[in-house]
Design a protein around this ligand. Structure first.
Ligand SMILES: [Zn+2]
Ligand SMILES: [Zn+2]
Length: 200
């Protein structure tokens, strides 16, 4: 089954629960966004809410990333939980957010500590209905991009490439003695410069 794009009217009162596979090209992911290995697995619950819909789910998949230290491609297994609201494209006159929607995350003091009446926060996970259809593709694409690390590392303690000879030091120690100039160890060596205990 392909990525669902249900009409609002197709969402039953008890909600809609969908499990499906998603092809990367259904999300119009560019090669710069993320490289998906195989297909993604989507599990999503869609419920009617206030003339729109409330969507929660998990997207799972394997991504191929390039380590910033050793430049090796590695696979990253990712599980992305998401929550989104879908609203009509032309909402009625702007209303103050209702306390019942309450931005629970902000109140519990997690990372989203933003003033509840700033319009920007709504824009983050609120999507327009296309006609009366839910377009999940754009939302999922954004989730993937947001979850893409700025500095991907193949492993936490990746040793990177030798700055002298280019050897991948995860594979083999090349024996070059020179430390990179800006490494903390090089700085430390300079500071120590033979005498370990300097008088103050
Ligand atoms: Zn690496
Ligand atoms: Zn080397």
């Amino acid at each position: 089954m392909a990525l669902p794009s249900p009409h609002l009217s197709e969402i039953p009162a008890e909600g809609l629960s969908v499990e499906c596979e998603v092809q990367p090209d259904e999300l119009t992911l560019g090669p710069d966004d993320a490289r998906v290995k195989g297909v993604l697995a989507l599990s999503v619950e869609i419920a009617q809410a206030d003339g729109g819909a409330h969507v929660t789910g998990v997207l799972r998949g394997r991504f191929v990333r390039q380590c910033v230290r050793c430049l090796t491609d590695y696979e990253d297994s990712v599980e992305l939980p998401f929550t989104a609201e879908y609203r009509c494209e032309t909402p009625p006159a702007r209303q103050q957010p209702k306390p019942s929607r309450a931005y629970g995350r902000a109140e519990t003091g997690s990372r989203d500590t933003v003033e509840p009446d700033e319009p920007e926060i709504e824009a983050d996970d609120v999507y327009d209905l296309v006609g009366d259809r839910l377009d999940l593709a754009e939302m999922l694409r954004e989730q993937i991009i947001l979850a893409t690390p700025m500095q991907p590392l193949c492993r936490e303690n990746c040793l990177g490439l030798c700055p002298v000879c280019g050897q991948d030091r995860n594979e083999r120690q090349c024996g070059c003695s020179q430390e990179p100039q800006d490494s903390p160890f090089a700085v430390l060596k300079k500071l120590q410069g033979g005498q370990t205990a300097r008088p103050r």
